[in-house]
Each structure stands twice: as C-alpha cells, then as structure tokens.
Design a protein around this ligand. Structure first.
Ligand code: LLP
Length: 426
C-alpha cells in the first residue's frame, strides 16, 4: 500500500511493536482536495472553513491555512490551535451548542475585532455572547445557526438538521432570536449558517437547507442590514469503499449557482467541510498481533487480531462504519483460495472493538492499512484500556515531513501543534 507516493511498509519496517498503530497522512492530497473544492466556486467569493474536529493535527491545519482555508471550530482549544497554526481570526467561525464563557472571551477577543462569527445555536446563547462582548468592550460578530428541520439519509448519529436534533435555532424560534439581537448594541448579526449532517451523498438536502437559509436571509434583509456571508455548512460524503459520492466541488458548484438564483450573487459563501478534505488522505497502519482460529456453534471463524483498536478508530464501533482493510505489503489478493475472510478485531476489551470482515491473504500479513481514516480517526481516539495514543506521520512530496507523538507534550494544544517534533523513530 502506498500513500502520497510513500510505501507504507517503509515506515514500519525495523520498528516492530513500537511504530504501530500509526496514522499516516498525505498533506499533498489534503491541499489538493482543498484546491479542487475551491475551484468549484469559480470566481464567486467564498471561504472554506475547514471543520477542524475532523483532524486537528497542526501540520494539517497549517497546510490548509497556507492553502487559504479558514476554520470551523467547536471549542476554545480548537480556536487557540487554529490561531497559533496561522489561521487568521477573521476566517474562523465557531459552532457548538455549549460554548463556555471562557470560550466566548477567546473568540470575541481574538484579533482586532474577534473571529469572523460566533455561530449561536440557541436564543438563550445570545445574551451570553452579549454579556461577554460588553465586558470586553467589543461588538460581538454573530451568525445564527438555523435548524431547518430537514432529515437526511445518513447515520442517525451524524444527522443534525432535523426537529429532534440539539443543534441550531428552529425556524419557528427565529423571531425571538431577532428580538434578542435587535435589542443589543454589543452584537452585530453578520451571517446565517446551517449544517444538516455528515456523509451526505447528494446535494438535494444540502440545497434544500440552503433554500431555507436564503428565505430567512431575504426576510431579514428587507428590514435589517445586509449580511456579510451565508454559510451552508459541510457534510460532503466520501467513498469508504462501497459508494461513489459526488466530489466536494460538485457541492460548491451547485451551492454557488443556487446562491445566485436566490438573489445573493457576489455574497460570500462559507462552507464547512471536514471529512472530505482529510478522510481519504489518512491511513491507520496496524500491526497484526495474531491469527486466532476458533470453532463455536459449529462455525469456523478466523479472527485477525491487530494492534489498533476502537480507541484508535471508533467509527466502526460508533457508527457501524466499514473501512477498507488491506495488507500493507501486497495488493489485495484476487484468487479466492489464497484469501480468507478474516474478522478483523482490535485488542480492546469490548465486543464492539471490531473492524468487520475483510478478504485478506490466508497467510496473515504482518501489517494492515485501514483506509480513509484521515477524518474523525485520531481526533476521536482515547486512551481506553491504558492504550497510548497512536503516533501520527505527515507526508509531503514523498517524504516524511513531520511526526506527532502525543506523549511528548503536556497540553492538548502543544501536543496538536507538535512544536519541535522529532523525526519518525527518534
Ligand atoms: N460544520 C458543523 C457545524 C459540524 O457539526 C460538522 C461536523 C461539520 C461542519 C463537518 O462535517 P463533515 O464535512 O466532516 O461531514 N464523527 C462523525 C462525524 C461527526 C460530524 C460532526 N459535525 C464520523 O466519524 O462520521
């Protein structure tokens, strides 16, 4: 298996038992994905606010910032990370239903006039932002996240724009939000935002949400000042092996067109992709601990026990996600007799620590690569069962250009920035 022009075996050979599990990322692929997406907007003004929760590694955030991306953050530490990684404050939006007062201070106090927008997710949040803006002597730049009441065909855990979801302000509650905003000299409404869910496979619901948002924007602008931006959110699906999703640029193209049709040509369009920019460009490399053969209930079973577990990549356990798993050293076997349908599992003491069934060479490989692990992999990892966080390796131009070893830094921010990081194996 190769990634970013590098044979992945070259990263683990000679470092058995120490180097794996190992996340490997292709920075060139990530930057190219951002450029492709950007081209989808044509000449229209836009901001790609990368959803940092998908992968907050410093080398990735820096590379995307250099490529012109902003960021969508969901916590004070993510905000600090982005600012220190070179994302300008005026390119950062901050989403989330539970921002603390300290988080709000950091957002409102950043740069010359705070971040691009604090995206309020409830009417109740408005006085909280107002109080902190007043205390800091600043005008709080806010956008309102709408919950358009649109269900999408995705895993229930990642659908966010329907009536039962905790996210955003439902359309019926908007008059209360306008009233709260209208009364405050310390707040300025600069945008509207929405995000209906993740791993979207068509633009239909995305555009339906955009239509709702534009309806609200039109109604608002007949009375109030023009908005600086409209933010349609992220959620662009990727191919985990069984589907052929639209390229992210198709969302940008369709949204730009719809924005113009809606009467907002020339208005800055913000999008918040996470998964699509990083997911396909990360592989989780795991060492094979052993092949376990068992016969229970009259059924023969072949388990491949690997040294990566649900603590490293929780998506299969949490969302029943199936990530392709392939041997590192050879292409996936073609001949039926040479293969075995292994049930690939990790060492964690949970039945859900299970990566599913995969055809692999009967002679168990030494290492396997779990594909499409660049998004919501490391960022959702834990130290459950006393397991250390995986090392991360970053490739650019066919070379290892950075590594992050979580155990070396005292705080999450230092750890994610990876200042002074040593090369692999040092
Ligand atoms: N904007 C907001 C407000 C979000 O909540 C999210 C993701 C995004 C943007 C980026 O969505 P994306 O483009 O990555 O789909 N852990 C789950 C995904 C959770 C998504 C949470 N919000 C997974 O592994 O599938």
């Amino acid at each position: 298996m190769t990634l970013g022009g590098v044979r992945l075996t070259s990263l683990v050979e000679g470092a058995e038992g120490r180097a794996t599990p190992l996340y490997v990322y292709d920075l060139d692929g990530i930057v190219a994905a951002a450029r492709d997406l950007s081209e989808g907007f044509g000449a229209a003004p836009h901001l790609i606010a990368y959803a940092v929760k998908a992968n907050s590694a410093g080398p990735i955030v820096r590379a995307l910032a250099e490529a012109g991306c902003g960021a969508d953050v969901v916590s004070g530490p993510e905000l600090e990370l982005c600012l220190r990684a070179g994302v300008p404050a005026d390119r950062i939006v901050y989403s989330g239903v539970g921002k603390t007062l300290a988080d709000l201070d950091a957002a409102l106090g950043a740069g010359d006039r705070g971040i691009l927008a604090v995206q309020v997710e409830s009417v109740e949040e408005i006085p909280r932002v107002e109080a902190r803006a007043a205390a800091l002597g600043r005008v709080g730049r806010v956008s309102v996240r709408l919950n358009p009441g649109i269900d999408v065909d995705t895993h229930a855990h990642v659908a966010t724009g329907h009536d039962e979801a905790k996210f955003g302000v439902p359309l019926v509650d908007l008059p209360r939000a306008w009233e709260a905003l209208g009364q405050s000299p310390h707040l300025r409404l600069v945008g509207l935002t929405t995000h209906i869910g993740s791993q979207l496979m068509s633009t239909d619901e995305y555009l339906a949400a955009a239509d709702e948002l534009m309806k609200v924007a039109r109604a608002h602008e007949t009375k109030g000042a023009p908005l600086e931006f409209l933010d349609f959110g992220g959620g662009f699906g990727i191919d985990y092996g069984g589907s052929s999703p639209l390229p992210p640029s198709a969302f940008a193209r369709a949204a730009t067109l719809r924005l113009a049709e809606g009467g907002f040509a020339g208005r800055t369009l913000v999008m918040e992709p996470g998964r699509a920019l990083v997911g396909p460009y990360g592989v989780l490399v795991a060492g094979v601990i052993m092949h376990k053969h068992a016969r229970a209930g009259g059924v023969e079973r072949d388990w491949l026990v690997i040294d990566a577990g649900m603590n490293d990549l929780v998506r299969p356990a949490l969302y029943q996600a199936l990530h392709r798993i392939e041997p590192l050293s050879s292409p996936p076997p073609a001949a039926e007799e040479a293969t075995c349908r292994y049930r690939v599992v990790g060492p964690v003491c949970e039945s859900s620590d299970d990566f599913g069934e995969h055809p692999l060479p009967r002679a168990a490989p030494k290492w396997v690569g779990i594909r499409d692990a660049g998004a919501y992999g490391f960022t959702m990892a834990s130290e459950y069962n006393g397991r250390r966080l995986a090392t991360e390796v970053f490739l650019r131009g066919g070379q290892v250009v950075a590594t992050l070893d979580a155990s070396r830094w005292p705080s999450w921010v230092e750890r994610r920035l990876g200042s002074g990081s040593p090369p692999l194996g040092a």
